[in-house]
Design a protein around this ligand. Structure first.
Ligand SMILES: Cc1ncc(COP(=O)(O)O)c(C=O)c1O
Length: 301
């Protein structure tokens, strides 16, 4: 480790070695880079513990299978590599990504079957979709005019690098004094935004879109918690107008947990404060970080 690179800025594992994140690279002609031909997953570490590490690695494997990718690393190997990235970084709160790219095709071919798939991973300081004040007071969101890529074209359940629709949504949000954008599908149902799922609360019940979305781990955790504590939760189409009429709105992500939305399309939503159900789910979620069977303690040595 050179003096210029503080391990707490991030540690990566690439081509079999651990390096400072700032020095990690993949070849320009890897199809992951030139064709968005890659899949990945992100797990977080909170207070020195991975949350749902095995579930994230399972989902990563399912995504690779969906894209006809494979790696020489077992699930246990991947868990070990991720743990080592975090351990070397010393980070107690971290954003940890595992990625599989298609790799570089042999010279003279474009056949994706002939590529050796590449694995890399990194740990960096915890990433928050929203800053502290936004998380406390609520975020401003727009329903974007950009449509989410259709699930028939790119399966959003396979976590992917096709983010241009989501990124255009971010631009539209900033142009409208908001910080996040939720995209709709062709039928006008809400889908998801850049790195998050969305929930609407009405009459004490939750609803979240069932199709055209990445099935986020935080979303899954909310669905499970709601069922456990007896809060109704429907996974179904959520028309944009239903979101506009909701009592409360919140978004969910590994990068920030449960985040209230208090302004929608420039109008104050509800009474402009995070609602009681959102606050309850938020607290349940952070308690859940320490639930037996869901966390993996990191030994920092
Ligand atoms: C497009 C998209 N939707 C939803 C999510 C939320 O998923 P999770 O809760 O697993 O972080 C993400 C996470 O990055 C995402 O990229």
């Amino acid at each position: 480790m050179t003096q210029d690179h503080d391990p707490a800025d991030g540690i990566a594992f690439v081509d079999g070695a651990y390096v400072p994140l700032a020095l990690a690279s993949v070849p320009l002609i890897d199809r992951g880079f030139v064709r968005s031909d890659a899949t990945y997953d992100v797990v977080h570490v909170w207070q020195g513990r991975f949350f749902r590490l095995d579930n994230h690695i399972e989902r990563f494997h399912a995504s690779m299978q969906g894209l006809h990718m494979s790696l020489p690393h077992s699930k246990a190997d991947i868990a070990g590599i991720l743990t080592e990235c975090v351990r070397r970084s010393g980070l107690r709160d971290a954003y940890v990504q595992m990625t599989c790219t298609r790799g570089v095709p042999p010279r003279g071919t474009r056949d994706p079957r002939l590529c050796r798939n590449r694995f890399y991973a990194f740990a960096q300081p915890f990433v928050w979709i929203a800053n502290e004040e936004q998380r406390r007071e609520g975020l401003s969101m727009i329903v974007s005019s950009v449509q989410r890529i259709q699930p028939e074209a790119v399966d959003p359940r396979i976590k992917n690098f096709h983010w241009l629709d989501l990124t255009m949504g971010i631009f539209e949000a900033y142009e409208n004094d908001a910080v996040v954008a939720v995209l709709t599908d062709r039928a006008g149902n809400v889908t998801e935004g850049a790195g998050f799922n969305v929930f609407a609360v009405r009459d004490g019940r939750l609803a979240t879109p069932d199709r055209g979305v990445f099935e986020g781990m935080t979303r899954r955790t909310v669905i499970e918690m709601a069922r456990e504590v007896g809060i109704g939760c429907e996974v179904r189409d959520v028309p944009a107008d239903e979101l506009r009429a909701a009592d409360e709105i919140f978004i969910t992500s590994t990068a920030g947990g449960i985040m209230p939305v208090t302004v929608l399309d420039g109008r104050i939503h509800g009474n402009g404060k995070p609602g009681p159900l959102t606050r309850r789910i938020h607290d349940l979620y952070w308690d859940r970080q320490h639930a037996a069977g869901l966390f993996t303690e990191i030994d920092y040595g």
